[in-house]
Design a protein. Structure first.
Lengths: 548, 429
């Protein structure tokens, strides 16, 4: 078929021409709008600003539109201030503060002091979107690449046809790959949503969006799936199907990650108990309260930083770790010396006594710090999330996983490679023989309990990042902790590790199907059945010491 | 009833003496009127209930400074039911039988209210219940000063469906697994479907008390929100589980502009434990916010901060409910001139008291009150900005109009003398 290449070339020609023409048509419309709307930038701006004073959402919306259309140089600063709650309006005029706190007059853009009667211009979520969209269109040509990406993302969401001209003009000269990608996606979003754009362009746009393969993309495609017909509809549905396929695969990875992250929290909470209960055999119901003490130490440390050295606030968490270890460890030693040492060999009494201690500690904290939650803020390196292979991974959780593994490794090292660890193992395996060898067993008991409690305190530092810092913090972890230690096999650290991650991942695998409530029940039932079969847990210790 | 009659007599005598001499004694000889306060001061609910005990103590102190009630001193009797539901019933019995209180202000969770109900019926006393709840109840001995579902949940959903609320088309109803969220969500689901929302566009999710690992659920919400329709989350998550929930929302980058969350159990107190910067724009629906500018509110906040001796002390919705309830009780007692339980119960409907947001609330025949409904947005300082408000006061509806079983029921303790009158069968119960 000699015609085929020719035909294809002609079609391509047509496509290209259409491609050039279509934006021009849309661009023309957009320009007509702008030129009719803005006689003099300054006047338009002042007229727009005037409407902020009404303190009604409808007037604020009109003001945003007027400022965006005014083409004034202050527009970006004013709208950013509005979005960040830094714009004030009053009888004397409209003012904004820059990020550093310096006041400006919005009309002139000159520094000014903000009069006390000027009230904050309020927004709601709808207007916040309007501000984002307007800012997006206005900052597409910003010199800062990060700002350009944000702008393109805002345009992607707003699909403001007025921004198309700017994007197409900027695209050829754009060298930063991620900005280029964002621009292309924004352009595709606008083209897909403009019903009068040629079908071919919209199909190409749909394909481009499907390539992005994330939540925003599938959301956009689904929105247009119902509104289109024919070839475009087919391409869109195909795009949705391919994104869904990718999401299904990613969902497995995501579940696995959630499981690991939950497992690390369980491990962190249980690892101290693996010492006091696992190694020493003390049923310590006050273990959760050691975790709570650690969290409150973090709170106190952070408050001190906040009042004395606010610029070092990010360092409060690393500093809290040794302090939490020390405080919780000392409390643990005090409990061991004061109560538990009289009760060795009487598990029921130990259980009741430590349960009583846990209530006393809770109420003590409630009296000192109040019953309400205390705020422990996340340091900057623990806030937010990043994408890895399409998975959303939050920094906070990642740090906790890393931290847990470090604590585990350190504990293993203490037990295996230090004299104290050696003595601990000796005492727990055969107390009388150890004593005969000259080991101060009572001292070792106190140190072991202190170590377990201290590690619980360290867990509290990490848990303060994901849970409430309240007197009830410990209660919610005590059952899970016992579950992990018993499942893993009493007295075996590696068992605790495996058990924590197994329970975490199993929980997360069940949750999407069974729901959080039923999922937990299923796990408990499975655990009970497992313990029936293997009363000593996953990795039971063997040997004569155990039989005693 | 000898005791009560003697009390009235001595009160009247006291009043007469005061008038005759022109001298106002601190209190006449009458025995003090005891007011029971039944709020958990320890255990999991202490986080919310301790402040309610304090606000009651402050109100009683203020009333005593004004000369007490009927010329008698008010004496608070505080007990601690320790977040333990059966203990609530025991402590209620102790307050009524042993302490002989004239009314009780207390309870937070619905299960604690249900646990004390039989005691209040048996021993005939008055309970003022200050917390928003699931409705479907109206008892002769209970006065509900918190919001019924039509005073909180339904207006909140209406707001999210409106243009300013973002015209939500897809809904996540997330709650803690107990009676209040389950009933509220049932009502909301029926309401949404009646408004033309497809069942496929509603996702309902329950979590255990104190749930702390929200990763899966938040990521599910995110996925549910990517269907190309505006999605909103209605949260009846209670208590401690809120902090990790909001932290996870912030971490996974769900912004209020994309998927707003409107909460019914998150107030100023609960936000105190959260870094609110990532939560800007998320919503809460209440009948009161500390940030409302009103002279009555300003005076209350000032008095509260002075009472707590802390500039950081916050006020919240259930506290306002106790203020309204206490003032209504005082007015009713003054109206009938006695603390006799039956007389006060009969006198309460129709009594009005100013609320703290500039309106006058009325006690209705169904023992609920009229309240304004406000939608507030979380701000960076842990307070709320009011973004929407009902034009007038909304009367509390004990039996919702949106569930088949309770549609035909009506509560009226004035004319019908019935808490669940069936308008179809024309009979009570």
């Amino acid at each position: 078929m000699p015609f085929a290449p020719l035909l294809r070339a002609m079609m391509l020609c047509c496509l290209v021409m259409l491609g050039l023409l279509a934006p021009a048509v849309i661009r023309g419309q957009a320009q007509a709008q702008v030129s009719a709307a803005s006689p003099v930038p300054g006047e338009r701006l002042a007229a727009g600003l005037e409407r902020f004073k009404a303190d009604s959402f409808a007037d604020t919306e009109a003001a945003i539109a007027a400022i965006a259309a005014s083409g004034s140089a202050q527009g970006v600063a004013i709208l950013s201030a509005l979005g960040d709650r830094r714009l004030f309006a009053g009888a004397a005029g409209v003012f904004y503060r820059d990020a550093a706190g310096q006041g400006f007059d919005a009309v002139t853009g000159r520094p000014a002091t903000i009069p006390p009667d000027a009230g904050l211009v309020r927004l709601n979520n709808r207007l916040r979107n309007v501000v984002q969209a307007a800012l997006g269109t206005m900052t597409l040509l910003s010199p800062d690449p990060a700002q350009r990406v944000r702008a393109a993302e805002a345009v992607f969401r707003s699909r403001d046809a007025g921004a198309l001209a700017t994007i197409e003009a900027a695209l050829p000269g754009e060298n930063v790959p991620r900005v280029r990608r964002a621009f292309e996606e924004a352009r595709a979003a606008i083209l897909l949503s403009s019903a009068d754009a040629p079908e071919e362009l919209r199909i190409a746009a749909a394909r481009r969006i499907a390539e992005a393969s994330d939540n925003d993309a599938i959301s956009l495609l689904r929105q247009f799936s119902g509104q289109t017909t024919g070839g475009l509809r087919a391409v869109i549905d195909q795009g949705i199907a391919s994104i869904e396929q990718a999401q299904r695969i990613r969902a497995w990875g995501q579940t696995l990650w959630f499981g690991i992250s939950l497992g690390s929290v369980l491990l962190l909470a249980a690892i101290g108990l693996a010492i006091t209960f696992g190694v020493m055999g003390v049923i310590n119901m006050a273990h959760g309260e050691m975790v709570m003490i650690g969290a409150y130490v973090t709170f106190v440390v952070q408050e001190l930083f906040r009042s004395h050295a606010p610029h070092l606030l990010d360092w409060s968490l690393p500093l809290a770790i040794p302090l939490a270890f020390g405080t919780a460890g000392l409390v643990g030693i005090a409990i061991e010396r004061g109560v538990i040492r009289f009760l060795y060999g009487r598990p029921l009494e130990t259980l009741l006594a430590t349960f009583g201690i846990s209530l006393v500690l809770q109420q003590a904290i409630r009296t000192w710090f109040g019953p309400t939650n205390r705020e422990v803020s996340a340091p900057s390196y623990m806030a937010g999330s990043f994408e890895f292979l399409g998975l959303q991974i939050t920094y906070g959780r990642l740090w906790i996983v890393v931290f847990t593994l470090c604590v585990f490794a350190a504990l293993l090292l203490v037990l295996k490679a230090t004299p104290l660890g050696l003595q601990m193992r000796a005492v727990t395996q055969n107390r009388r023989m150890a004593s005969a060898m000259g080991i101060r067993t009572r001292f070792v008991d106190a140190m072991t309990f202190g170590l377990g409690s201290g590690i619980a305190g360290v867990a509290g530092v990490a848990l303060s990042q994901i849970d409430n810092v309240s007197p009830n913090l410990g209660q919610s972890y005590i059952i899970d902790s016992f579950m992990v230690v018993v499942f893993g096999g009493v007295g075996n650290l590696w068992g605790t590790l495996v058990a924590a991650f197994t329970l975490g991942i199993a929980n997360k695998l069940l949750e999407p199907f069974a729901g959080a409530v039923l999922g937990k029940i299923i796990i408990l039932v499975l655990l009970i059945l497992f313990i029936q079969k293997r009363p000593r847990g996953l990795f039971a210790l063997k040997g004569r010491a155990i039989e005693q | 009833m000898a005791l009560t009659r003697r009390g009235v007599l001595s009160a009247a005598l006291g009043g007469a003496t005061a008038l005759a001499t022109g001298y106002r004694p601190a209190f006449a000889q009458g025995a003090p009127i005891k007011v029971g306060i039944l709020h958990s001061l320890s255990g999991t609910m202490a986080i919310s209930e301790t402040t309610l005990k304090d606000v009651m103590l402050m109100l009683i102190e203020q009333q005593n400074a004004k000369g007490g009630l009927l010329g008698r001193k008010l004496e608070p009797v505080v007990v601690d039911p320790a977040s333990n539901w059966p203990l609530f019933a025991e402590k209620a019995r102790e307050l009524i039988s042993k302490e002989k209180v004239s009314s009780v202000f207390g309870c937070w969770t619905s299960v604690s209210r249900k646990s004390v109900l039989p005691v209040f019926k048996e021993l005939n006393n008055i309970l003022f219940y200050p917390v928003q709840y699931e409705g479907e109840e109206s008892e002769r001995n209970v006065f509900y000063t918190g919001a019924a579902p039509n005073q909180q949940a339904i207006p909140a959903v209406d707001y999210l469906m409106s243009k300013d609320g973002g015209e939500a088309k897809r809904w996540v109803l997330a709650g803690t697994d107990y009676v209040y969220p389950r009933t509220t969500n049932k009502i909301l689901e029926a309401y949404l479907i009646s408004k033309g929302v497809a069942p496929a566009d509603i996702m309902i999710n329950y979590t255990p008390f104190g749930h702390s690992d929200w990763q899966t659920i938040v990521s599910d919400i995110k996925k549910f929100g990517s269907a190309g329709k505006k999605t909103a989350v209605v949260s009846t998550i209670n208590g401690d589980a809120n902090v990790p929930f909001y932290k996870e929302l912030g971490n996974q980058g769900i912004k209020a502009t994309d998927i707003p969350v409107v909460a019914f159990s998150v107030g100023e107190e609960e936000l105190a434990g959260i870094d609110t910067k990532p939560l800007l724009g998320h919503l809460a629906a209440w009948n009161y916010f500390q940030s409302v500018k009103d002279p009555a509110n300003d005076a209350f906040i000032k008095a509260w901060k002075a009472y707590k001796k802390s500039d950081k002390a916050v006020t919240n919705d259930p506290m306002e409910a106790h203020v309204i309830g206490f003032n209504m009780w005082v007015k009713a007692v003054e109206k009938v001139g006695t603390v006799d339980i039956d007389k006060v119960i009969d006198a309460l409907p129709g009594i009005t008291a100013p609320n703290l947001t500039g309106g006058i609330s009325t006690m209705l025949a169904n023992h609920h009150i009229t309240k304004p409904v406000l939608i507030g947005e979380v701000r960076a300082d842990g307070q709320f900005d009011v973004v929407w408000k009902t034009s007038g006061l909304v009367p509390g509806d004990a039996w919702t109009d949106h569930l088949p079983g309770s549609k035909d029921l009506e509560a009226d303790w004035v004319t019908l003398k019935c808490g669940n009158y069936n308008t179809v069968l024309k009979k009570c119960g």
